[in-house]
Structure formats: C-alpha cells, structure tokens
Design a protein around this ligand. Structure first.
Ligand code: 13P
Length: 340
C-alpha cells in the first residue's frame, strides 16, 4: 500500500474548483441512455461516445478525474491510444467502477444489496496495472414503507467498507457511494433522517474495517424531497439539510465529499452544490461527481453523429464549467445565461 500515492490521488480528485465526470454507466444503463436519443448501444457507439466526452477541449480545467466502466478502461481512441493513458496524458485521473451492481436483497422485498466482493483483490491489482488510481462502489438505499431496514443499511455499509479496504491495499482511492434514492413520495424530512442513518452506519463500518479515512472520498446523495412529494424543498433548504447531515456524520479526516446528481435537473444539481459551498466553514471540499447532470445535454446534442461532436463537447464543457464555479461557491443564474 502506497499511502503517499493514495494521499496525492485523493487530494487531486477534489482540487479546488474541480470535480469528477461519472462516465461509468454499465452496458445496460448506457443502452437506456442511448435509446432515449435513438442510438444503438453497440460497443463501438459506446466507445465513440466516450471518446467524444474525453476529448472535450479544456475538460481538465474543470474535471480532475473520470469514472470509467470496465469495458471503457479496455477501449482506446480511434487513433489507438488506450483511454486510461489518454486521460492521464490530458491531466485527468482515470478511475474505475468495480461493483457488480445492486441486486434484490434476499428476504428484503424492495431493497437492494450491492454485489462484487468476490475476487475483488485480484481485479483491483489488474485495474491498478491498467492505470486506474481510484475506484467507485455504489450502494442503493430505497425509501418506502418500512424501508430502509437496519439489515439493508448494515449489509450495504459492510460491503462498502470491505471494498474500501481492498482498494487501499492496492493503492487505489475508494469512492464510497451510498445513494439514497430520490424516487418516492417521501418528505425531505424523511430523506434527511434516512441520510443520517445511512452515513452513520457507513462510517461505523469503515472504522470497524480499519479503513484509512484520510484516503477515502464520500460520494453522497443530496437531501432532497421525494420526486413524487408535492412539497419540493427549495435550494437553500436542500443545501442546509445536506450540510447538516454531513457535519453530523462525516469525519473531518476525509479529503473530500463529491455528489451524485441522482436524477435532479442539470441546473438544480449545480445550484444545490453552489449553495452548499456558499455556506462556508466546512471541513472538506464539496464538489461534483455527476453523470446525468453533466452529460445529458451533450448526449442530446451528439445523437450518435460525428458532425455533432463539437457542439456536444461544448455542451459538456459548459456544464463542467458551471459546476466548477459551484464547487467554489461562485455560480449564479447570470453566469449560466451569459455562457448560454
Ligand atoms: P448521476 O449523477 O446520474 O446520479 O450518476 C452518478 C453516479 O455515478 C451514479 O452511480
């Protein structure tokens, strides 16, 4: 375990004004996204799409690292440069999603447990050799009648902690992602309470497994209202509730916290991040690790056509720049308009 490398990687991931581009959609998720714009999800189309994203001019001004899917880590640019090497040469750290997905949890209807620990240590060594310097594991917590259960929170936190230990031993920085889904009719108060229990459980397990907190990045969901609840919390309320939960549960030793967008609108995800950073006085940098809230416009513009690549890249660069401003607490609706 190279703790110096772990420290350098973690700090670079959350460097001031920078965040992560999550481009680790599994083949299944990629198909869903491509279906929405009428593009067939072939291996070559997925490769071409990722090349479009990664070749975006000035991406590294705003993006410190990209989370890749296994297939993408093994792919190359059309000129034959392996994507991990390509990103690294452009000042962007390659990362890898290593979990095997969230699956129905036995004896717990409506809940999921994430799989993928089997033989993970050997896979991690291969990923390191291929250039990955950080990894991601996503747990899914669903809010509903009587859920999440204690069993679900414990099982998912335990897997996240075991994964983190395996990452660190391979000198790869673990991103721990316990995503509390925003789907449902629950209130923002319920979301806050579930986030609190989820994060308490996670940090208890990380301590139990002797994970080095100085070398872990938390990827958190924000405390928002359920998407089918008639009362939608505003930007200020979301920021205040999210920061309150983080302060109560996340040790100051962590190098940083990044957020997923989870189905929020592009600008909502930016506005929430900005509002949290404007609050100030936080022990960790807060930044973005968005997939949909960074890629949606670019995907809609690209539509599988080489002729649209430049315009699609401009759409990604724009969202990345807006979120970079938000990571510094310097975003505004005016900045959004001026740039549009
Ligand atoms: P979204 O930002 O689209 O939620 O994706 C982030 C991610 O990595 C989910 O695991």
């Amino acid at each position: 375990m190279d703790t110096q490398l772990l420290g350098n990687t973690a700090r670079a991931m959350v460097a001031a004004g920078k965040g992560l581009l999550a481009a680790d959609e599994s083949a299944g998720t990629c198909k869903k996204r491509f279906d929405s714009v009428g593009v067939e999800s072939t291996e070559e189309n997925r490769r071409a799409y990722r090349e479009m994203l990664f070749a975006t001019p000035k991406l590294s001004d705003y993006v410190s690292g990209v989370i890749l899917f296994d297939e993408t880590l093994r792919q190359s640019t059309k000129d034959g440069v392996n994507f991990a090497k390509y990103l690294e040469a452009n000042g962007i750290i390659p990362g890898i999603k290593v979990d095997a997905g969230a699956h129905d949890m036995a004896l717990h209807p409506g809940e999921k447990a994430t799989e993928g620990l089997d033989k993970l240590a050997a896979r991690m060594q291969e990923y390191f050799a291929m250039g990955a310097r950080f990894a991601k594991w996503r747990a899914v917590i669903t809010i509903g009648k009587g859920i999440p259960t204690r069993a679900c929170l414990d099982a998912n936190a335990h897997a996240l902690a075991r994964y983190s230990a395996i990452c660190q031993e391979a000198s790869i920085v673990p991103i721990v992602e316990p995503e509390v889904l925003l789907d449902g009719d629950h209130s923002v108060e319920t979301s806050e309470e579930v986030h609190l229990r989820t994060l308490e459980t996670l940090f208890h397990e990380l301590a139990t497994q002797d994970v080095l907190l100085e070398h872990v990045i938390l990827k958190a969901s924000m405390v928002v209202s359920g998407n089918r609840n008639p009362r939608q919390a505003g930007v200020k309320e979301v920021a205040e509730r999210t920061v309150r939960v983080l302060k109560r549960t996340v040790p100051a030793a962590l190098p940083g916290v990044v957020f997923l967008s989870g189905g929020q609108g592009d600008q909502d995800a930016t506005a929430h991040l900005d509002a949290m950073n404007r609050m100030g006085g936080l022990p960790w940098p807060l930044t973005f690790s968005y997939s949909r809230a960074l890629q949606q416009m670019a995907l809609n513009t690209w539509r599988g056509k080489a002729a649209n690549v430049r315009e699609a890249q401009a759409a990604l660069a724009h969202r990345a720049r807006m979120n970079s401003l938000a990571a510094r607490g310097q975003w505004s609706a005016e900045a959004e308009k001026k740039a549009a």
